[in-house]
Design a protein around this ligand. Structure first.
Ligand SMILES: NC(=O)c1ccc[n+]([C@@H]2O[C@H](COP(=O)([O-])OP(=O)(O)OC[C@H]3O[C@@H](n4cnc5c(N)ncnc54)[C@H](O)[C@@H]3O)[C@@H](O)[C@H]2O)c1
Length: 335
């Protein structure tokens, strides 16, 4: 018998509701309390799910019934809240992006190591059934040696629009970071080395400020990544494209894969995959609870996702310098 993990959720906005709904449906985790700097939001969520409400982080972290926390706040708060939670002896699941700098990722990893606590980042796409199947097909050698992987993620993301579920902080560079890189990028840059089970060693990126929506930050990026195994990934992203796309082509020596988040085509024929991307949140939280209860390392653990965040930092740096950069610059040997 593994038991049940008692958790608190920090931030009660959009994604926190998805976390709480998943927690409600799982047998190995239960919600004890929520915390938000907006008292009304905290109270409403607490009443809806029968939890305690807090408005101060410290009050939630000193509750001895809470074994772990889910950090679901805007990006710039992640690092300090994770460090505080680890110092209060809580396991942590932090939403993407893990943090806005690699230096902050290191602080978070070190704090969790010191307290012997689990640190997992919300890389929910690692739990999409189609993505799990693609990774397996590549590992099994079904398409031979992967040479080239081309991926697109285009959307028009305007958090300032009325009726939009997203809040305006996503446009604020200090709080959200460069949106295309730190809001959508953590999913995209994470999945490529994960598919190939091969880290990125060199990054060459370029970006543009294509419209006035994201003033002072690039809203569209293309990044070419060379992996340790020699494969090349190309990722194109835009948050100001009026026609959406989220798909990829993976070309191997003996076959190829085309996919979207719900559909997989192997050598021109559709492969039926059970389950849907909407199961991802529940599966990642199930894994988090299991890992905390049995002291195992999650797949999207702090060190694994540090690599993702280092690739994003390298892409930003490459675009600024207008030249390729080596990942060794962002990944010292002791990390
Ligand atoms: N995995 C995904 O697909 C996915 C989707 C959406 C959002 N996210 C991530 O989830 C996180 C939250 O995004 P969101 O869209 O839910 O944001 P949101 O603005 O809807 O919610 C954030 C909540 O945090 C509260 N808050 C702000 N500062 C706080 C602080 N210092 N302490 C406690 N609470 C504070 C706000 O009052 C708000 O209720 C971000 O990291 C975002 O990138 C992930």
């Amino acid at each position: 018998m593994q038991g049940v993990l008692s958790v608190g959720v920090i931030g009660t906005g959009g994604i926190a509701q998805s976390h709480i709904n998943a927690i409600k449906d799982l047998e190995n985790i239960r919600l004890v309390a929520v915390m938000d700097i907006d008292p009304k939001r905290a109270e409403e969520t607490a009443v809806k799910y029968g939890a305690e409400a807090y408005n101060q982080l410290e009050d939630l972290l000193t509750n001895p019934d809470i074994q772990a926390v889910h950090v679901c706040t805007p990006h710039s708060f992640h690092a300090n809240q994770v460090v505080s939670a680890a110092e209060a002896d809580k396991h942590v699941m932090v939403e993407k992006p893990m943090a806005l700098t690699v230096a902050d990722c290191d602080r978070m990893i070190d704090a969790c190591d010191r307290s012997n606590k689990i640190l997992m980042a919300g890389q929910v796409m690692r739990h999409y059934p189609v993505n799990l199947r693609i990774r397996q097909l590549i590992a099994d050698g079904t398409i031979g040696r992967v040479g080239h992987l081309m991926r697109r993620r285009f959307s028009y993301f305007d958090p300032s629009q009325r009726g939009n579920n997203y809040q305006k902080w996503y446009l604020d560079l200090e709080i959200g970071g460069v949106c295309v890189l730190y809001c959508f990028g953590p999913h995209e840059y994470d999945i490529l080395p994960w598919y190939l089970d091969s880290p990125v060693v060199e990054v060459y990126a370029t970006g543009t400020e294509s419209t006035k929506l994201y003033q002072g930050q690039k809203d569209s990026y293309t990044t070419i990544m060379t992996h340790q195994n020699g494969a090349v990934s190309v990722l194109s992203q835009s948050v100001v494209c009026h026609t959406g796309a989220h798909d990829q082509y993976i070309i191997g020596s003996q076959g190829s894969i085309m996919s979207t988040s719900q559909k997989l085509i192997l050598n021109g024929k559709e492969v039926l995959v059970e389950g849907s991307a909407s199961d991802g949140m529940k599966e990642q939280i199930r894994e988090f609870a299991n890992c905390c209860l049995t002291n195992q390392k999650p797949d999207a653990n702090g060190r694994s996702v540090r690599h993702t965040m280092a690739v994003i930092e390298a892409a930003k740096c490459s675009a600024e310098r207008k030249e390729p950069v080596q990942m060794s610059e962002f990944e010292p040997a002791n990390r």
